[in-house]
Design a protein around this ligand. Structure first.
Ligand SMILES: *Cc1c(COP(=O)(O)O)cnc(C)c1O
Length: 395
C-alpha cells in the first residue's frame, strides 16, 4: 500500500503535466537524496539562501538568484521589494501601502490569474492597452511617482510592446521590470535573452520543467534588487542587538519584523532540492521527460489501435514537449462529459483542457509513470465507447 492508499486518496493518471492541482512532477532519486541529507543538518537559512543563490546564479548564467516557494511567490516577493526597497518601516507596513510607490503597470494582453501574486502585496495593477494592442504612449503616461514596477509576461501575441521597448521606457524613469517567466522557462537560455532585453527581476518555477520540488521557484535578477528580497521573506525572530546579518546591511539600523512573504517560507530541503534539480537538469535537459514521452507513444498507439478517438501528435512549445490531441468533437461527444467520466474512474485519468473550447483534450507526457500510457489509452477508449453507445441508444 502506498502512502496515498493508506489515506484513502485516489492516485490519478496525470496527463496534464506540471499542474499544481495534481501535485506537479515526480522528483528524481538524486534530488530526493539531496533533500533528505539537507533535512538532517541545521544551517542558518540566510546563509543557505546566499550560497544557493550564488551557485544557482553561476549555473544559470544570471546576475543573482533567490529561492522561493514557487514562481508565484517570486512575483509576490519581487513586487513587495520594489514597493518598499530597504525601508523597515515600509516593509513592516505591508499590505498597507500608504507612503510608498504601490502601482504596477501591465499590458492588458499580459493579464493572467497569477496577477493575484502581485496584488496580494497590496499593490494595484494599472492596465494599459487592449487585448491585442498597446501603444508606447500609453505606457509613458501610466508611469508616475506612484509606480513601483512594471510587469511583463512573455508569450502573448498582437501589436504589443516587446520587452526591449517596454523595458527601455520604464528605465527612462528608473522603474524596474519584473518578468513572469514561469511558463517559458526552461529552456534556461531564455533567461539570458530576457536580461539582454532589459529584465530586472525574473520569476521562474521550480516545479515545472526543472523537475525540482513542487513548492520551489526562483527569483533571478540584479544583485542589489535580489538582496532586498530576504527582508520580506526570512524569519525575523531576531534581536536587533544580535541580528547576525546587520553588518552586511549598514543602511538598516533596525531590522524589520516578519515580512509579508513569511507565510511563503522555503525549507532547507526545498532550497537544496532546487539546486540539485537544476544541476541534474543542466547535465541532461531531456532525460527527465524520457519515461513520459515513451508512455505517451504507447498511449498513442493504443488509442490508434482502439479506433475510437481520433488522435494527433502535436507539440507544446512553452513546455517543450510532444503532446497528443484527442479530438472528441469529431466523434460528436460532449467534452465536459468525457472529462467528468474520466475523473470518476477508480483510477481517475486527468487530461489537459486548454483546447476544450474546440472539444479537444490534450495528453501531456511530463508526469506519466511506467504503465500510465496503456492505462490512459484504455480509459479513454472505454469511456468514449460507452458514451457513444449511450448516444446511439438515445439515452
Ligand atoms: C505556473 C505559473 C506560475 C506559478 O508558478 P508556481 O511555481 O507554481 O508558483 C506563474 N505564472 C505563470 C504564467 C504560470 O504558468
Amino acid at each position: 500500500m502506498n502512502v496515498y492508499e493508506e489515506l484513502g486518496v485516489p492516485v490519478v493518471v496525470n496527463g496534464v503535466g506540471p499542474a499544481t492541482r495534481l501535485g506537479g512532477l515526480p522528483i528524481s532519486d538524486e534530488v530526493w537524496h539531496a533533500m533528505r541529507e539537507a533535512s538532517l543538518h541545521s544551517v542558518r537559512i540566510s546563509d543557505l539562501q546566499i550560497a544557493a543563490g550564488r551557485t544557482l546564479a553561476k549555473l544559470l548564467s544570471v546576475p543573482a538568484c533567490y529561492v522561493t516557494s514557487g514562481a508565484a511567490s517570486a512575483l509576490h516577493l519581487a513586487t513587495a521589494s520594489m514597493m518598499t526597497r530597504d525601508d523597515p518601516a515600509l516593509i513592516d507596513r505591508l499590505p498597507d501601502v500608504s507612503g510608498m510607490r504601490s502601482e504596477v503597470v501591465v499590458q492588458r494582453a499580459h493579464r493572467d490569474p497569477y496577477d493575484h501574486a502581485v496584488t496580494s502585496t497590496g499593490a494595484t495593477l494599472v492596465e494599459i492597452g487592449y487585448p491585442k494592442s498597446t501603444h508606447s504612449g500609453e505606457l509613458r503616461r501610466a508611469l508616475t511617482s506612484r509606480t513601483a514596477a512594471v510587469l511583463f509576461r512573455p508569450g502573448a501575441t498582437g501589436n504589443l510592446l516587446g520587452l526591449a521597448e517596454f523595458a527601455s521606457i520604464a528605465h527612462e524613469q528608473n522603474i524596474p521590470v519584473i518578468i513572469d517567466a514561469a511558463l517559458i522557462t526552461p529552456p534556461l537560455d531564455r533567461l539570458t535573452g530576457l536580461f539582454d532585453d532589459g529584465a530586472d527581476l525574473i520569476a521562474v518555477s521550480g516545479g515545472k520543467g526543472l523537475r525540482a520540488p513542487q513548492a520551489t521557484g526562483l527569483l533571478c535578477g540584479r544583485p542589489e534588487l535580489i538582496d532586498l528580497v530576504s527582508l520580506h521573506h526570512q524569519d525575523m525572530d531576531e534581536r536587533e542587538q544580535t541580528w547576525h546579518t546587520a553588518a552586511e546591511r549598514p543602511g538598516l539600523r533596525t531590522p524589520p519584523r516578519h515580512g509579508i512573504g513569511r507565510p511563503m517560507k522555503v525549507g532547507r530541503e526545498q532550497i537544496i532540492g532546487l539546486v540539485a534539480a537544476v544541476q541534474q537538469y543542466l547535465r541532461a535537459p531531456d532525460d527527465g521527460n524520457m519515461t513520459g514521452i515513451n508512455e505517451l507513444e504507447i498511449a498513442r498507439r493504443h488509442l490508434q489501435d482502439g479506433g475510437v478517438v481520433p488522435v494527433e501528435k502535436a507539440y507544446e512549445h512553452s513546455l517543450n514537449v510532444p503532446v497528443l490531441h484527442l479530438d472528441l468533437g469529431a466523434l460528436g461527444l460532449d467534452v465536459d462529459r468525457v472529462v467528468r467520466d474520466l475523473a470518476q474512474l477508480p483510477t481517475p485519468v486527468i487530461l489537459g483542457e486548454d483546447l476544450a473550447w474546440r472539444s479537444v483534450l490534450i495528453a501531456n507526457p511530463m508526469a506519466l509513470r511506467p504503465g500510465n500510457g496503456i492505462q490512459l489509452a484504455e480509459s479513454v477508449n472505454s469511456v468514449c465507447r460507452l458514451a457513444l453507445a449511450e448516444g446511439e441508444s438515445g439515452q
